[in-house]
Design a protein around this ligand. Structure first.
Ligand SMILES: C[S@@+](CC[C@H](N)C(=O)[O-])C[C@H]1O[C@@H](n2cnc3c(N)ncnc32)[C@H](O)[C@@H]1O
Length: 235
């Protein structure tokens, strides 16, 4: 998506949604993922831990759940970036003032950092919401230092096994909007979640687009029970 009108409409939509659900986001996330969210974050942190110490950008940090866990790693400075004022406000309350953490309001498509600023960029459940995924891949590549790593955690439906796929469809079409609505009172936010998960490109396409943007060693791992994927790419 490169049309400026479409991009600004997308920004308005996602800001409206995330500003509306910010206070109830964490609880709802835990309910909707049946608690798997914490396990998936642990897997992501495990990979980040393998990268030599350096600055980390937690892109689309939202309420700072992952940012807080990243800040426990040794000798790193963490930057959390998100466009939603309300999500950032929850994150700032959660983390308080800490020397090694800064929060910045901004968009993945136009990152306000100089070239080579970060050893690691993490994006947890964010990429699906970006107005222009390819532009964000290029921006991330620019702010990574040479050899730096991008980690993307995202929901991704698996089509190979028909029974599992049928359950996934039932879950995202019936249960997810209902549970999301019950937990937040915001029906549109969780129909948006359903639509964005469903329209998210297949894993192979994401890998291809990362390679096109200039990443090397692009790989992905499917995480138990199979609805989340961790992508990696190296600058
Ligand atoms: C589902 S939340 C994920 C929050 C957090 N990373 C987590 O693991 O819980 C998605 C976040 O993406 C942010 N977002 C939406 N569009 C964005 C964009 N263009 N650039 C950066 N962040 C964006 C939203 O404001 C929201 O906080």
């Amino acid at each position: 998506m490169t049309n400026p009108t479409e991009i600004s409409a997308r920004y308005d939509l996602t800001n409206r949604i995330f500003n509306a659900i910010a206070r109830r986001y964490d609880r709802t996330n835990c309910i909707l993922s049946f608690g798997f969210n914490a396990m998936w974050h642990k897997k992501l942190i495990g990979e980040v831990r393998k990268v030599p110490n350096g600055n980390i950008l937690d892109l689309a940090c939202g309420t700072g759940t992952l940012t807080k866990k990243l800040a426990r790693l040794q000798s790193v400075k963490i930057t959390g970036l998100d466009p939603s004022a309300n999500m950032l406000s929850v994150a700032k309350k959660r983390l308080g003032t800490k020397e090694n953490i800064v929060f910045v309001k901004g968009y993945a498509e136009s990152l306000p950092f100089s070239e080579g600023s970060f050893a690691v960029v993490t994006v947890s459940y964010g990429i699906r919401n970006f107005a222009d995924m390819d532009a964000s891949f290029r921006q991330i590549l620019k702010v990574l230092e040479p050899g730096g790593r991008l980690f993307i955690l995202e929901f991704s439906l698996k089509a190979e096994n028909p029974a599992k796929y049928a359950f996934q469809m039932f879950y995202i079409h019936r249960m997810l909007p209902l549970l999301g609505w019950m937990s937040t009172g915001e029906k549109s936010a969780y129909t948006y979640l359903r639509d964005s998960v469903e329209s998210f490109p297949r894993t192979q396409e994401i890998c291809h687009r990362m390679e096109q943007a200039g990443y090397h060693e692009v790989t992905y791992k499917r995480l138990t029970p199979g609805v989340a994927v961790l992508f990696t790419g190296v600058k």
